[in-house]
Design a protein around this ligand. Sequence first.
Ligand SMILES: [Zn+2]
Length: 526
Amino acid sequence: MLCQQANRMENTMTTRRQFLTTSAALPLLYNFQSTLLGADEATRLTSERQPSTQVILSFATEVADEPKDFDHIKALAEFLTEEGLIGNFHLTGDYARALKHHGRLDVVEALETHEIGFHCNHHGAAPFMAGYLEKMNWRDGTTEWTRNELPGLRVVEELFGRRPVYYTTEFNKAPQSIFASCQAGLPTIGYLPIPTRGHGAVWYCNSFVPSCESAMGVERFFSAGLKPEPEGQYRDRENYYRIKFDRFAEKLKGQKSTLIRAFQHSYKTYAVFPFEHPKPNIYREDNLYYEEHPHYLDLLPEAKYQKGFDLFKRVIKYYAERAAFTSFSKYREGFRENQGQWQSLQELDEVCALLSDRLDAYVSATLSVSPAEAFGMLSRVLRVYHEDGALPDKVFMRNVIGPTSPIPDKPEQGDVSSAELLKSLRLIDRAIDNEQSIPPSIEIAGKTVGPGQFLNGLRSLYVAARKKQSPQSLTLSGPNLPVIANEPFFMEETLTKDRYPEGFEARSICQMCRLQSWSWKPAVNL
Ligand SMILES: [Zn+2]
């Protein structure tokens, strides 16, 4: 028991220390901390083990038309700062504009020490993000995203004088939004319930996606709107949040992932919820001017809001005693980066050994390779082999993604000669450079084959070349989607929500998502 308490104290201290050392904006506080601790203690703190459980606490910062929201966000940020904890706030472009419009420098200052993310320009409305991505081809869709979203990103960046570091939107089911945000310099995704196979994070469309498998909202403290809460409501809710957290922590013990995601939609803490007025259908009406929407939030009486906020504080303190609060950028630092990687042929041999068994991402203690990246490496290695007459001794791993247009329904598998396959590689390799993606189909020897079938041929030829053999013909056969595509996340065929326009099904978006299973791979811990 005593030991447990000591551990908890240590955990809290580590948590605070972590926050202080990551927060460049707090030099005064940091000095204060240093003088409080003796030199030996400070050394011990820097070398001690961190609590095994990690928490990313994030806040949708999006209700730009409600002044109470500014006060709430400020109170959250200040509470966390006082506790030495870091929060992650993703702002819409409209929220940043509203803070400027209302002169809320106090809110900006309160957020200064926390992680800032981007949560779309107009919250995915005006124009409806999923709507245009559904209709457009990949290139036009990502261009349109850039045109619509970058002005919002710029507004948030300008307000804080630093670039937001992560991107969160419910439209991340569309891989176009992930690819485009990565290209725009937001290479971390705040929320996406993508399978992780127990890893702490995955790479998907070249972006880093922390695990969302242990996620919980800490946001609805009330069940009955304006009416008085029944006896014991606050105690029961508090217990609920504790138990849920403890269960996650227990489940994650000794696992590759130790991450719990706690999140809050601010309005669920200060407004009558469920709403008594219908929420504006911003996705349907395509109208970005919030003030033209009918009023829809009724505020709770201040005393009731405060009771909920106090409950939130107690819950967060409970978590802070058991876990280290982290930011998206800090969490990412715990993983190997995914750029600048040269692979030896021995490593490529191992990737091929896996591919001969199944079409899947390769992962070892130090390296992970998506099927799309394997396709890119084998195309390059064999092109060099064809043009120079010998295999290179290393190959650069390009971060290419999966096909960005549909794979033909009925690809024709069959045999091709090695010479034909080698001859095709110059154009394919160039196309990979140009598109940053692998082709959806390949025409070769009068046949149209899919990328999985072609990769199978590349693998056989590479394995033969490594043994100094030159086979006459190669069989292009096998599946055209990686095994991870069998997970429900990739299998979904439609995505509908009540607030989306009638008849909107997102079939094309779901198909693009399935194709990007080619870009999926686990992130490797450092
Ligand atoms: Zn939102």
